[in-house]
Design a protein around this ligand. Structure first.
Ligand code: IMP
Length: 192
């Protein structure tokens, strides 16, 4: 089976993506690959960050690898926090800090439209290739559910009546931004 290093330090993402690629590719974590350190993420686009993270692994390992970068794009905030979603409430802020800031920014606003967008950069034999997934939905007025991570408790995808944090992981994976991007990666890896 093809081996791919996944350039993430987020254990939730690692679990999500491992489930999605089960039986299709063997996902090697950074720790298993013996790679340590802070992966830089300083580009101003999702594509740029995904490339930067994958390149960091490629340069150190010389092995096929991929990275993802995700942003929450909120309509009423002109697409913010977007590429800055992780640090929306400041450097070293928590998921809860980010949610508090988002709910405050949207307080009293009836336009709650938002989308998660993920870009995956796969580096194979040194060459980058991109895959994108997007899920549309809305920002709830308070937190619902304990599952997932990040903005999951306040994001409700269209055609569902629950937040991402209230869904079993396999349901979230089927419809999520990252799930859709990984599906495209899987199609690419298996149609050859
Ligand atoms: P990253 O740069 O891809 O790690 O994502 C940036 C930020 O977006 C994360 O720190 C989370 O706050 C948020 N995020 C990414 N994926 C998800 C998700 O599946 N659910 C909720 N929030 C997410």
């Amino acid at each position: 089976m093809k081996e791919l290093i996944f350039a993430t330090n987020n254990k939730h993402k690692l679990e999500e993506v491992r489930n999605l690629l089960l039986g299709k590719a063997h996902i090697v974590s950074l720790a298993e690959a013996g790679l340590e350190g802070e992966i830089p993420e300083t580009a101003d686009t999702l594509q740029g960050n995904a490339l930067q993270k994958a390149q960091w692994v490629w340069e150190r390992s010389g092995k096929d690898c991929f990275a993802d970068d995700t942003g929450l794009e909120v309509d009423a905030l002109g697409g913010a926090p977007g590429v800055y979603s992780a640090r929306y409430a400041g450097e070293h802020c928590s998921f809860d800090d980010n949610i508090d800031k988002l709910l405050a920014a949207l307080e009293g606003n009836t336009n709650r439209k938002a989308a998660f967008r993920t870009v995956i950069c796969l580096i194979e034999e040194g060459k980058p290739k991109y895959f994108e997934g997007k899920v549309e939905g809305c920002i709830l007025t308070e937190r619902y559910g304990k599952g997932g991570f990040g903005y999951d408790p306040v994001f409700m995808p269209n055609r569902f009546a629950v937040s991402f944090a209230e869904m079993p992981l396999d349901v979230k994976n089927q419809i999520s931004h990252r799930g859709l991007a990984v599906k495209k990666l899987v199609e690419y890896l298996t149609q050859r």
